[in-house]
Design a protein around this ligand. Structure first.
Ligand code: KIV
Length: 277
């Protein structure tokens, strides 16, 4: 039986009922259809695609066109899963008008279910206006990868009393502005737990410990596909990279020793070949 697609309202319902849910990334049709077949409730087409799919060292070079190109096939592949589309760096910080224009473009051209953008108090007025005009917005706080260079790299955030206080103030500002959920990335578990209690909206944690409302991971990380880089918060739930390399090596071996393709994998109709001049 196919799962029932969550709506924006279900996010709050799940938190109110204490029902945890899971959130994984996809950037293409095939992966989206696999996540759709699983019990994972939410897909993020994150700008992490810059690193995972395009081989960049950060997410900063990802463009609006990149995002739209990748969100479209995910929407096609996962009709039963709620899909968030990330707003890339430079597509919303300039002005409220720019944010509304680019968020509308993502929703209209891809048919995904909401947009996600990074930032706290400073982004709240823009988010408020976006929500007022009917755009469902998911916030993103903590280690916000688009600003990683300003933080001196991918580092845990909110690790001091002042940092924790600022994080909670940011979350409250986003809640006030009308976000329906907030991704919180790479913060100490105790801070994420306090933040989850401090706001009514669901907290979607990645590297934020167990006491949040939802767990987020990049699919290529949780399936051990991405290579040697493994942040502390990533658990490998399967070893797909090894399975793929093993499969490719088996194909290579049978090619070089001539056992592939056997008749089972060949078109075996007998055809008389006329003599050639
Ligand atoms: O782009 C992304 O994949 C993200 C997650 C890490 C939350 O923003």
């Amino acid at each position: 039986m196919s799962k029932k697609k969550m709506t924006v309202l279900d996010f709050q319902k799940y938190k109110d009922e204490g029902r945890k849910f899971a959130y994984a990334t996809a950037y293409d049709y095939t992966t989206a259809s696999i996540v759709d077949e699983s019990n994972v409730e939410v897909i993020l087409v994150g700008d992490s695609l810059g690193m995972i799919m395009l081989g960049y060292t950060t997410t900063v070079g990802v463009t609006m066109d990149d995002m739209i190109h990748h969100i479209k096939p995910v929407v096609k592949g996962a009709p039963n899963t709620f899909i968030a589309g990330d707003m890339p760096f430079g597509s919303y910080q300039e002005s409220t008008e720019q944010a509304i224009r680019n968020a509308s473009r993502i929703l209209m051209e891809t048919n995904c279910d909401c947009v996600k953008l990074e930032g706290g108090v400073a982004m709240a007025p823009t988010i408020k206006r976006m929500v007022e005009v009917g755009i469902p917005v998911m916030g993103h706080l903590g280690m916000t990868p688009q600003s990683a260079t300003s933080f001196g790299g991918f580092k845990v955030q909110g690790g001091t009393p002042e940092g924790a206080k600022k994080l909670i103030e940011d979350a409250k500002a986003l809640e006030e502005a009308g976000v329906f959920s907030i991704v919180v990335e790479c913060v100490p578990s105790v801070v994420a737990a306090a933040l989850t209690k401090a706001v009514k909206v669901p907290i979607l944690g990645i590297g934020a410990g167990p006491d949040v409302d939802c767990q987020v991971l990049v699919t290529q990380d949780l399936l051990d596909m991405y290579g040697d880089f493994k942040p502390k918060f990533v658990k490998h739930f399967a070893h797909i990279r090894k399975a793929m390399v093993d499969g490719l090596n088996a194909f290579h071996q049978e090619t070089v020793d001539g056992t592939f393709p056997s008749p089972e994998y060949s078109f075996n109709k007998q055809v008389e070949i006329p003599p050639m001049d």
